[in-house]
Design a protein around this ligand. Structure first.
Ligand code: MLT
Length: 248
């Protein structure tokens, strides 16, 4: 067993969204990206992917790849799931990165929107939500960036997307857990995030003892995809703090 980095993807993408991080760190640190239930062609586990089921998938992946503990980096939905992993399996967590995410649960209106997304994809297919998914990237994102994201979204099954949407709607309030986080933590947001405002993500960093906070300029919600160089620099510095990577 070893220690490594585990990357947890956003909604409704899959592990491929981390390709720039994996290629930059490959050979320097053990690194893997998990597919949450139903995404990236993996098996789905019921009609609602609760945070508990998603966290279980992470533990299965850690066991499968032989990571004793990991610096777990979750972006957006990946962050919601990482908070659940922390609640249930903190012994597997060496450090944390929360990117473009938040600890708050959904409002009633937010839950309703999740149900509508689930109904829509089940009725009309995943392509039906592509237009609304444009907010995953900034207004300045290039067509290459959007094409990359769109291709990943389009390939997900409606069942996986619907189950994740309903699972996020039922996620708990993670704010009470933040003050108990006692591993090195980095919180990242970005200036052009149209889904989770940087002030909201900043609130997470304030509530986690000793957490570092950084804002990436010129990136939208998928900050690792839009600004991989800046994202990788922050990630590498954090891996050094966690003792996983030596300074260059
Ligand atoms: C994500 O990127 O995972 C989603 O935007 C999260 C959300 O809808 O709350």
């Amino acid at each position: 067993m070893t220690d490594g980095v585990l990357l947890v993807h956003a909604f409704p993408l899959d592990a491929r969204m981390w390709q720039e991080q994996q290629s930059s760190l490959a050979g320097r640190v053990p690194i893997a990206a998990v597919n949450l239930p139903g995404f990236g062609g993996t098996s789905l586990n019921g009609d609602v992917t609760t945070m508990e089921l998603a966290a279980q998938r992470i533990v299965q992946e850690l066991d499968r790849i032989g990571f004793d503990r990991a610096v777990v980096c979750g972006l957006s939905m990946g962050g919601y799931v990482t908070l659940e992993l922390w609640r249930r399996h903190s012994d597997r967590v060496l450090g944390l990165v929360f990117a473009n995410t938040k600890a708050e649960p959904d409002s009633e209106e937010g839950k309703q929107r999740r149900r509508e997304v689930a109904d829509l994809v089940l009725a009309e297919g995943t392509a039906a939500i592509l237009e609304q998914m444009r907010t995953l990237v900034s207004l300045e994102a290039t067509s290459d960036v959007w094409g990359f994201v769109e291709g990943i979204v389009r390939s997900q099954t409606p069942e996986a997307v619907a189950a994740a949407s309903l699972g996020m709607a039922s996620r708990p309030d993670s704010r009470p857990d933040l003050s108990g986080i006692d591993v090195p933590t980095l919180v990242i947001s970005s200036e052009g995030d149209r889904l989770i405002a940087s002030e909201v993500t900043a609130g997470m960093a304030e509530a986690i003892p000793g957490a570092e906070f950084a804002i990436i300029d010129g990136a939208g919600h998928l900050s690792n995809v839009e600004r991989p160089i800046e994202f990788n620099r922050l990630l590498e510095q954090h891996l050094q703090r966690c003792g996983l990577l030596r300074g260059s």
